[in-house]
Design a protein around this ligand. Structure first.
Ligand code: PHE
Ligand code: FE
Length: 284
């Protein structure tokens, strides 16, 4: 989440621009295909089946960068969502407003070949491959809308930073339990080759049970793999735990509590894996 900045010339009042699908070059599409194939090969058995199913039902398995209009048509029929293009990061309120209206904002540019493994700003591969498939799932689709409504509310309560942690540890870096095993669903994980392996298989990070308040207390890192991942039991559970809870008293209670560091583990945590933190330590 980010502070206010200026709307680029050519963007509409809601910050959207045309995707201009026809202007992608053969190289742009080839870059998408390369990223897509690498992830599609690895994710079966790692990503939650609803994500893989989303790729299928939205026909994202066909080659090339998806046309947002086609994607929106399919998504609209399934869960009432659309995908709209924006020039880059947008102000918090604009972002929340779109989500609250079932519009997912996505970057239209694609990374350069030297950025295949890491880039700072989300590109169309992260935004569309990472985020859009799960919008075909009704519970997750409702969660994203509720999050947008919650964001507008949090803005009025001065609690955007708290709420941003919820997004980070669920929508971006969430794990889910399925048939006794852990699976990936966070967009930041499934769109990253390295983190798709690290988040499930590496002994370094903690894997802890989802707890709403705990997670809103926890700082996160934006410059490396996560030190802790939080595990939900189901998308229905996530929706219930958030949409049916009034966050205002939680935000107030949190004012008296110290933040937790990304790698902290508490006595009351439900521990799936107690991480060695070897990866994080090696970097300091
Ligand atoms: N129920 C939350 C509130 O009262 C809003 C919310 C819903 C936040 C779903 C996140 C996810 O503010
Ligand atoms: Fe993202």
């Amino acid at each position: 989440m980010n502070a206010e900045f200026e709307r680029p010339e050519g963007a509409a009042a809601d910050w959207t621009i045309a995707q201009d699908w026809a202007s992608y070059t053969a190289q742009d599409h080839a870059m998408w295909d390369r990223l897509f194939e690498r992830q599609a090969k690895m994710l079966p058995g790692r990503a939650v089946p609803e994500f893989l199913n989303g790729l299928d039902v939205l026909r994202m398995t066909k080659p090339g960068i998806p046309d947002f209009r086609e994607l929106s048509e399919r998504l609209m029929a399934l869960t009432g969502w659309q995908v709209v293009a924006v020039p880059g990061l947008v102000p918090d309120r604009v972002f929340f407003e779109h989500l609250a209206n079932r519009r997912f904002v996505a970057g239209r540019f694609i990374r350069r070949p030297d950025q295949i493994d890491y880039l700072e700003e989300p590109d169309v591969f992260h935004d569309v491959f990472g985020h859009v498939p799960l919008l075909s799932n009704p519970a997750f689709a409702d969660y994203m809308q509720a999050y947008g409504q919650g964001g507008l509310r949090a803005d009025g309560l001065g609690a955007i930073d708290r709420l941003a942690r919820l997004y980070w540890y669920t929508v971006e870096f969430g794990l889910i339990r399925r048939d006794g095993a852990l699976r990936l669903y966070g967009a930041g994980i499934v769109s990253s080759h390295g983190e798709s392996i690290f988040a499930l298989d590496d002994p370094s990070p903690n894997r802890l049970g989802f707890d709403l308040v705990r997670l809103m207390r926890t700082r996160y890192r934006i410059d490396d793999f996560q030190q802790s991942y939080f595990v939900i039991d189901s998308f229905d559970d996530l929706l219930r735990a958030t949409a049916e809870t009034d966050f205002a008293p939680l935000y107030r209670a949190l004012e008296d509590q110290a933040d937790l560091e990304p790698g902290d583990v508490l006595a009351e945590d439900r521990i799936f894996t107690l991480g060695t933190q070897r990866h994080a330590r090696a970097k300091i």
